[in-house]
Design a protein around this ligand. Structure first.
Ligand SMILES: Nc1ncnc2c1ncn2[C@@H]1O[C@H](COP(=O)(O)OP(=O)(O)OP(=O)(O)O)[C@@H](O)[C@H]1O
Length: 727
């Protein structure tokens, strides 16, 4: 150890002991106060505050902070060491600086946004911009109150260099278990900008694979809850993610950040619940089977704007539904006056005035409800004018029947009824069918009509159905969100986002995705403009994340080659300087060797002993199932991930490549990485890209006779052919 390192370590150890003593002292004091369980409101509030403090201090106890920034504000005489942790807390005795600053506090942003150099740095405080000089940026690793590592990534005394990646590389080199983790100690400047962006903006973020999109979105939620405490609440925030297993995989991050209660759901679950419909359970897997399981090697069917998924997610359909509802509104009011009994008449003009003017601000279903309720009140008033009790009784009976029949002359404002009608699967209201039907692509019209006649509602139908619902019913306060996160947003449609916009206050969105991973392009967007143009320029912002943190340089360069050659994309990832083994390409001879070689590769990776998650990615689910059966004889702990799993258990797994999206593994074997399985088409290249970018440290591709052209590596240093020595 050098002298300066020794002294830095000792200095930090002293500081740590001081912080731990302070936490212990405060906790002891708080725990000595009996918990208040009475009914006095003021006491209850005070008790809640104490309980929050107890919880925060307990959370801080094992690792009170992770970083230090020495900053001298302009106009101040001294630099102050600021310690940054997951939870901030003050000393009990008055002091100029808090003991630990919450990572979300304005001044802590300097720790992340400062990228080095000798120029002044600044941060946005509530009082305005604060400027000054950064002298030191230090990362510390504390585990169970033991100081394990001190790493200076910037020191002004060494001439004001750029902040080094040394600590980041150390963190990225760690092996991963079955959970996504928080990154508070190493958030990068480009990520910090997104995390701290203003609330009422629709943020659209294009990020390369492994750029931290999911992680950043979760940190952003924690930030919004801190920064806008008075305006947002956790229960009113939601993350939409692709499936339950993925939700399970990310479920630890928010509790690690001290944030709970944020809704984490799939769009299908959320929409079906609101609509109160249950989809046919085979739906998602049927769609996946159609797009991913047929004719591998031939490439997937062509995708244009008229395929079912794309059409049902389009603004064309949204617009058509709006016109349907407009027409419905114009023809909703039944013909003729209303007469509760012979001799009494409520003129249609009067009812029309209620419906078209007085109740105009309400949505359709509400307007109908109000008109019918008012009509009922009018009947009651008229009844009072009856000459005798007997007449009144007689009229009342008659009126009840006529009210009922008048009510049934109105259209039914039920989404499924109207949707069926739009597709010609029902003619209940007798409206619009032919005129509007002709605008629907014929293939979509016929297949959807067939489905709806059998009462089959698919995932792709949920958005138009819910839109019908929204145009006719009020969105209640309970249903409205303070913020919506859409992860894997390249698989969302513009119509879905437009629909969700009705459910969120102030266009407060974080929309993240990667067009290069758009393997569900039959329903997702093909360019971000499809979504961004839904928002006015002043209420949207676009960010691009280009650095990839997940994989080694070799894997990233290799995956970039696939994108360049196979997709023709220029959304290439910039690696962090973390080098590992070359990507390994191994050719097997025929089916018998395939199994033998896959076993050999897996055995080799597991024999290294340091990988906690290893996966084999097949092209189809059928192949994953077959392989699972074969390999489970040797590895009974091997998991098959088939799309029905609710949890992700880590360890070794086999899964079709299209289900690996969003996940990551220490080592990945892509089985059958050849032309018989991956065609010379952009979509297949994207699948291959997704598969390869799941690997953190090691990537193997096992293949038959011929490689797709986009997999052939050009630089020998990033990929080696054949078995390594001694395997
Ligand atoms: N600043 C960072 N410091 C440390 N690790 C990071 C950082 N940013 C991202 N990572 C790590 O990189 C990996 C990828 O992150 P994440 O899954 O959030 O990326 P993504 O962009 O959503 O990926 P993909 O689109 O490929 O699924 C994770 O292991 C995450 O912890």
């Amino acid at each position: 150890m050098t002298d300066s390192f020794q002294s830095a370590y000792q200095e930090e150890e002293l500081r740590l002991n001081e912080a731990i003593a302070e936490i212990d002292k405060q906790l002891e004091r708080l725990q000595s106060i009996p918990v208040y369980t009475g009914h006095d409101f003021t006491e209850q509030v005070l008790e809640a505050g104490r309980e929050d403090r107890r919880q925060a201090l307990k959370k801080s106890q094992p690792e009170p902070y992770f970083g230090r920034l020495d900053f001298q504000e302009n106009g101040k005489e001294e630099q102050a060491p600021l310690y940054i942790g997951k939870v901030g807390f003050d000393r009990e005795e008055a002091s100029e600086h808090p003991m630990v600053i919450d990572w979300r506090a304005p001044v802590a942003s300097l720790f992340y946004s400062f990228t080095g150099g000798s120029d002044p740095a600044s941060y946005e405080a509530p009082e305005g911009l604060v400027e000054g000089l950064v002298y030191l940026k230090r990362n510390v690793v504390i585990r169970k109150q033991i100081l394990e590592r001190v790493s200076d990534t910037y020191n002004r005394e060494s001439g004001g260099p750029a902040v080094s990646d040394e600590f980041l590389v150390y963190r990225l080199g760690e092996n991963k278990d079955n959970r996504l983790r928080d990154i508070v100690s190493t958030i990068q400047a480009e990520q910090d900008k997104i995390i701290r962006a203003a609330k009422n903006t629709a943020l659209i973020i294009q990020g390369v694979a492994g750029s931290g999109k999911t992680t950043v979105a979760l940190h952003r939620l924690a930030f919004l809850l801190y920064q806008y405490k008075e305006q947002v609440s956790a229960e009113k925030m939601i993350i939409f993610a692709p499936n339950h297993m993925f939700l399970d995989y990310i479920s630890d991050v928010l509790p690690e950040l001290g944030v709970g209660d944020i809704q984490q759901r799939t769009f299908a679950d959320w929409a079906s619940e609101l609509l109160d419909v249950s989809m046919t359970p085979s739906d998602a897997s049927e769609t996946l089977a159609f797009w991913f399981e047929t004719d591998t090697g031939q490439g997937t069917p062509d995708i244009n704007d008229d395929v079912r998924g794309r059409y049902k997610g389009s603004l064309r359909l949204m617009n058509l539904i709006e016109r349907c509802v407009e027409q419905l509104e114009q023809s909703a009011l039944p013909e003729g006056d209303f007469s509760p009994w012979d001799g009494a008449v409520l003129r249609r003009e009067t009812i029309a005035e209620w419906f078209n003017e007085e109740y105009k601000p309400y949505p359709l279903a509400k307007r109908k409800e109000r008109v019918l309720a008012r009509l009922h009140r009018w009947v009651e008033m008229e009844l009072k004018k009856s000459p005798s009790q007997a007449v009144m009784k007689e009229r009342k009976k008659k009126a009840a029947g006529r009210e009922k029949s008048y009510g049934s002359k109105w259209p039914k404002f039920e989404p499924l009824v109207l949707y069926k009608q739009l597709f010609g699967a029902a003619k209940i209201n007798g409206l619009w069918s032919e005129e509007f039907e002709s605008e629907i692509p014929s293939e979509v019209l016929n297949s959807t009509r067939k489905d709806l006649k059998k009462n089959v509602v698919r995932e792709e139908d949920l958005t138009p159905l819910l839109y019908f619902h929204c145009l006719m019913n009020e969105i209640t306060g309970e249903q409205r969100f303070d913020h919506i996160v859409i992860d894997e947003a390249q698989d969302f449609s513009p119509f879905q986002v437009a629909l969700l916009d009705r459910f969120v206050r102030g266009h407060s969105f974080t929309i993240l995705g990667d067009l290069s991973q758009g393997i569900h392009a039959y329903r997702g967007v093909h360019a971000w403009e499809e979504m961004s143009t839904l928002f006015e320029p002043e209420s949207r912002a676009y960010f691009a994340l280009t650095r990839s943190y997940r994989s080694t340089m070799e894997i990233i360069e290799f995956a970039n080659g696939i994108l360049e050659k196979g997709v023709g994309s220029d959304l290439l990832a910039v690696p962090v300087f973390r080098s590992g083994d070359a990507v390994r390409l191994v050719r097997y001879n025929g089916a018998a060797d395939r199994e033998k070689d896959l076993r050999r590769a897996l055995r080799h990776l597991l024999s290294k002993g340091n990988y906690r998650t290893v996966s084999i990615l097949t092209r189809t689910l059928r192949e994953a199932k077959e392989l699972h059966e074969l390999l489970a004889t040797e590895w009974p702990e091997l998991h098959l991930i088939d799309g029905s799993k609710q949890t992700y258990q880590g360890g070794i797994s086999v899964l079709p490549v299209y289900l690996s999206k969003g996940l990551e593994f220490d080592a990945v074997i892509v089985a059958d990485a050849d032309s018989a399985h991956y065609a010379e088409k952009a979509w297949d290249a994207k699948l291959m890209y997704v598969g390869c970018t799941r690997a953190l440290h090691e990537l193997w591709l096992l293949h038959g006779e011929q490689l797709p052209s986009y997999v052939v590596p050009e630089q020998p240093e990033i990929a080696s052919q054949g078995w390594p020595d001694g395997v």
